[in-house]
Design a protein around this ligand. Sequence first.
Ligand code: TYD
Length: 222
Amino acid sequence: MARGLFITLEGLDGSGKTTQIRRLAGWLKKRFPGEDPVLTRQPGGTETGDLIRTLVLDSRSSQLAPMTEMALMFADRAQAIAEVIGPALEQGRIVVCDRFTDSTEAYQGGGRQLGSEPVLALHRLLCGNLQPDLTLLLLPSLEVSLERARRRNQRAAEQEGADEVRFEQEQDGFHHRVWDKYREIAAREPGRVVLIEGDLSLDEVHDRIVEAVAARLVSAAS
Ligand code: TYD
């Protein structure tokens, strides 16, 4: 059976990925009535992954060494591929994943300054070098993203007692490096990564996403 379609969304915290994934899923369901796209996220998406997510995002894990952090992201990802992503793609389904290995390259490789090479090597070793068919990279300006992420986390902490602020607490230099690494990935892999830049409205971003997905579906079918 033909492999399904693997779409990932990437971007800084507060880039609006979550809203856009919801809208993309709605569009996919309308366009392919029989199709039920698999939506998942990293870290998380499996029971094991949710435990790892708590461990890496909780502000109490502030002593986590960068190498440990990278290893945990890959532990989460290997489990998600084994349990969710791999089987769904084998069944020919569309999988939409909120963050994938580009996040590790941007945050641990760039932000934590571990470099791209160990990330790509671990990806080959632990993830069978699985590549998305399409990656939508949302890069509104750094200032807008950070402000949105801080407000959202404050709300989540107040309303649900959620504590997922480890990355937002980082200094601006960290986020700049994440941003630069994302741009480097987009320049290196223009065939896979569609860069959606600038402070666009929700509708404008959605339109660009749908355009990119539709184009990929056409090329996958031919
Ligand atoms: P998430 O809730 O996905 O944030 P957002 O909704 O803003 O995307 O939080 C995941 C956090 O984990 C985010 O700050 C990025 C970070 N992260 C890494 O540092 N490396 C990784 O490999 C992944 C998947 C996420």
